[in-house]
Design a protein around this ligand. Structure first.
Ligand SMILES: Nc1ncnc2c1ncn2[C@@H]1O[C@H](COP(=O)(O)OP(=O)(O)OP(=O)(O)O)[C@@H](O)[C@H]1O
Length: 266
């Protein structure tokens, strides 16, 4: 089995409602996969099922034997009345050496906060500490549920660049839930658009033109890829298969319209 994580026909019902309907997906080694979808579309539920924290009502989940996951959940509350430094927090529940903790904090750019109180951290600082905590497990895959929530735009950009750098340096996979279409569409290998069922999936460029994506997020969402840098001389269809650009010549764009479209992608 080459996939690190996979779901096959997963259904999930809670409170008398169907939350997930026949979901199939996989995450391959070194791949960045982003789950997008409106509020309540089942993204967190799907992550939790993939990680074995919730049980599917039907279907099957497979994890590669021995898989190590670094999970950053959507919410993690630390009791505000409990004094706890960042270093101590990183040693829960498993003790880690100070050197290892420091190295992880350096990697996420917050080594200067090792003695800070956790409850005094800003949202962006706390997310970086959570990321450091996930890295301490030396994960094969990072599973990040809305890691940039509550962070300002430039902080979000920094955080997604950091995630990209980490996965390049470590060669790990990333499975990400995000609402920040304009940022993640540019930095992901594959997008899965979820709304109880998988509406569409594939390379960002193909998904951004899919009618179900446009129906869910509106025509302006198509511009989420305006800054997407794509050097290929082809498009990809929804299945991810390469499709030549219409009118493409060996020397480049055949039409002014095509040239301007490619300019906008860079
Ligand atoms: N244990 C549960 N009992 C009842 N309803 C649940 C349970 N878990 C999830 N739900 C419901 O399932 C739906 C999907 O929730 P989920 O958190 O997976 O969505 P999401 O796509 O991650 O949403 P958001 O983008 O707002 O974080 C929601 O309507 C939620 O209320």
């Amino acid at each position: 089995m080459s996939a690190l994580l996979s779901a096959h026909g997963v259904c999930f019902n809670r409170g008398g409602r169907q939350i997930l309907d026949s979901i199939s997906l996989s995450v391959e080694p070194s791949e960045v996969v982003t789950l997008i979808g409106p509020n309540g579309s089942g993204k967190t539920s799907l992550l939790r099922i993939l990680l074995g924290l919730e049980q599917a009502d039907a279907g099957r989940v497979a994890r590669r034997p021995g898989l190590t996951v670094g999970y950053v959940p959507q919410r993690l509350t630390v009791e505000p009345t409990l004094p706890m430094t960042v270093l101590r927090f990183l040693s829960l529940p498993h003790r880690v050496s100070r050197a290892a903790a420091r190295e992880a904090l350096e990697e996420t750019g917050v080594a200067h906060l090792e003695r800070a109180q956790v409850h005094a951290l800003s949202g962006g600082e706390f997310q970086r500490v959570l990321l450091a905590r996930a890295l301490l497990r030396r994960p094969d895959i990072l599973v990040l549920d809305e890691p940039a929530q509550g962070i300002d735009f430039s902080g979000q950009l920094d955080l997604y660049q950091l995630i990209d750098r980490i996965r390049r340096q470590r060669g790990c996979s990333v499975l990400l839930v995000s609402h920040d279409l304009h940022l993640v569409m540019a930095a992901t290998d594959r997008v899965i658009c979820l709304n109880r069922h998988v509406c569409c999936s594939g390379e960002p460029e193909a998904v951004s033109r899919h009618p179900e994506y446009l129906a869910l997020f509106g025509p302006r969402a198509a511009q989420a890829l305006a800054i997407y840098h794509h050097d290929h001389d082809h498009h990809h269809d929804i299945a991810g298969e390469p499709v030549p650009l219409a009118g493409q010549t060996e020397n480049g764009p055949a039409t002014a319209d095509q040239a301007s479209r490619e300019d906008r992608q860079v």
